[in-house]
Design a protein around this ligand. Structure first.
Ligand SMILES: *Cc1c(COP(=O)(O)O)cnc(C)c1O
Length: 510
């Protein structure tokens, strides 16, 4: 029995009490518990050769004392088990997933199919460049597309995720200042609305952080910025639109002020979905940008699977890009390792290449107009939700937003219901919850990002759920406080679930 799980929920039909106990919990028995001697998924044909005594093939130390305790199941049992498991968590394939900052949009299945084509999926990273010209060309063309989308000069596809891209960007900024004899620049400015990874990346890169308080409009306070800039400033990291879903209206002044002070400006591109095809970080004066291909460009994410965080740079940082870059020479594509100022390698081989294939397929299929429409629809959907919900939920910066907005469950808190409770209650209606308690500057934050994939009907259904949860916070707050009521797992003990998760099955040795 997994510790920290709550009581069973009652909605499933109870059958034969004893043997269906786990079904009533909504949680399948483990494959090991389902194992029955003799159940088989596959019958192997007779070997056709005499059995060789194992010790002749393997040295004794490599031999098990006993055969492994593998579960025995038939194919339908395995299929049902894993299909049921796959439904224990909410996913974007099951319903709306308005998890702010994460851009949980629909990822066309075609892009998965293309990434799985044998010509891509079965390449070996040690193959000769002449044998992988197609892949190198794809990397090259994806780089060109990302340059066009961001307005930057060159892109490294190497980093594995947004946070990794941030670190790479910071290391390039550091290399730039050292090269200029400016090693005394030891601080990075970060707005107080920033994603936690920004502070972590700058710190890992060896920098001190100076936090910039947001203005009362939820934006970078230009006066405070000017006061904070000095000869120790290495750069500023910002997100635009920022994590409140608001566009930094003074962006061009901000980048030019930092440049005048000798610093560089980092663009956290996690929110690129809001501006695709409309404006470009390069045109706003940014020096380095990371993109989260798994957010904006069609790789399913959220389960901890591979992502990719390419970094795009302008002229100042181009010499410092990690190795290798794809070059086109004499009609062929080559991996260029000869870049003396490069910060070096940041990832093995080609990076998370299947993510790049999906992004490439997505961008080609959408085209410029399609990407532009995606950002327009994402912004429209967020504003629709904001204007339908702001009477019920306090919205601290209540004006036209970009692809997401941040509400604050303050009225509900006064009734004894927290943002966390609201998030849990939303799950009961087959929807994912908004992001909660981020950004940190908004108390009881509910950060809502519908993305462009949701239809009007789906947005209306979400509004209805949020309306109902608000009504419950008045009429039956305990229903919200005790939610979720219908999920397979209710409220785990948050500390024990994080600190002492039970992730392995241990055989019962007795
Ligand atoms: C998701 C996110 C990141 C980090 O990206 P990962 O790919 O998860 O490492 C950074 N900044 C913001 C604003 C984000 O939403």
């Amino acid at each position: 029995m997994t510790p920290g799980l709550n009581e069973p929920h009652a909605s499933r039909p109870a059958a034969d009490e004893a043997c269906l106990e786990p079904v009533r919990r909504g949680i399948d028995p483990l494959v090991f518990e389902q194992s029955r001697p003799g159940h088989r998924g596959l019958d192997l044909p007779p070997a056709g050769v005499p059995e060789a005594p194992l010790p002749r093939l393997l040295p004794g130390v490599a031999l098990r004392a006993q055969p492994p305790r593998l579960p025995e199941l038939s194919e339908p049992e395995v299929v049902r088990h894993y299909t049921r498991l796959s439904h224990l968590n909410h996913s974007v394939d099951l319903g709306i997933y308005p998890l702010g900052s994460c851009t949980m949009k629909h990822n066309p299945k075609l892009n998965d199919e293309l990434a799985a084509l044998p010509g891509f999926a079965e390449l070996h990273p040690y193959q000769e460049e002449d044998e992988v010209q197609g892949m190198l060309r794809l990397m090259w063309e994806l780089e060109q597309a990302l340059c066009e989308i961001t307005g930057m000069l060159r892109v490294s596809l190497q980093p594995s995720a947004g946070a990794h891209g941030e670190l790479v960007g910071i290391l390039m900024i550091r290399a730039f200042h050292r090269r200029n004899g400016d090693a005394q620049r030891d601080t990075i400015l970060v707005p107080d609305s920033a994603h936690g990874t920004n502070l972590a990346s700058a710190t890992l890169g060896g920098y001190k952080i100076v936090e910039l308080p947001s203005s009362d409009r939820g934006l970078i306070d230009v006066t405070r910025l000017r006061q904070s800039l000095n000869e120790r400033t290495a750069g500023l990291m910002l997100t635009n639109p920022n994590t409140l879903g608001l566009f930094e209206e003074d962006i061009c002044r901000i980048t030019s002020l930092v440049h005048q002070a000798g610093g560089l400006v980092y663009y956290d591109g996690a929110n690129l979905n809001a501006i695709l095809g409309r404006c470009r970080p390069g045109d706003m004066g940014l020096d380095v940008v990371h993109l989260n291909l798994h957010k904006t460009f069609s790789t399913p994410h959220g389960g901890g699977g591979p992502g990719a965080g390419p970094v795009a740079v302008g002229p100042a940082l181009e010499p410092f890009l990690p190795l290798p870059l794809v070059q086109q020479r004499a009609g062929a594509f080559r991996l260029d390792d000869d870049r003396p100022l490069s910060i070096g390698r940041v990832k093995g081989f080609y990076g998370n290449i299947a993510v790049a294939v999906r992004a490439y397929a997505y961008i080609l299929r959408m085209g410029g107009e399609g990407l532009r429409q995606a950002s327009g629809d994402a912004v429209l959907n967020a504003n629709y939700l904001r204007t339908r919900l702001h009477h019920l939920y306090h919205v601290p910066f209540d004006r036209t937003c970009m692809h997401e907005f941040v509400a604050a469950a303050l009225k509900q808190k006064a009734r004894g219901v927290l943002a966390r409770d609201i998030a849990k209650r939303v799950l009961d209606f087959g929807m994912h919850a908004p992001t909660v308690y981020f950004p940190l500057i908004v108390p009881e934050a509910l950060m809502i990002e519908p993305t462009e994939s949701e239809s009007l009907e789906s947005l209306d259904a979400f509004v209805e759920v949020m309306r109902r949860v608000d009504a419950e916070s008045i009429e039956a707050p305990e229903v919200v406080r005790e939610a979720p009521h219908s999920t397979p797992v209710r409220r785990p003990d948050e500390t024990r679930a994080a600190r002492r998760p039970v992730l392995r099955w241990e055989p019962d040795i007795a």
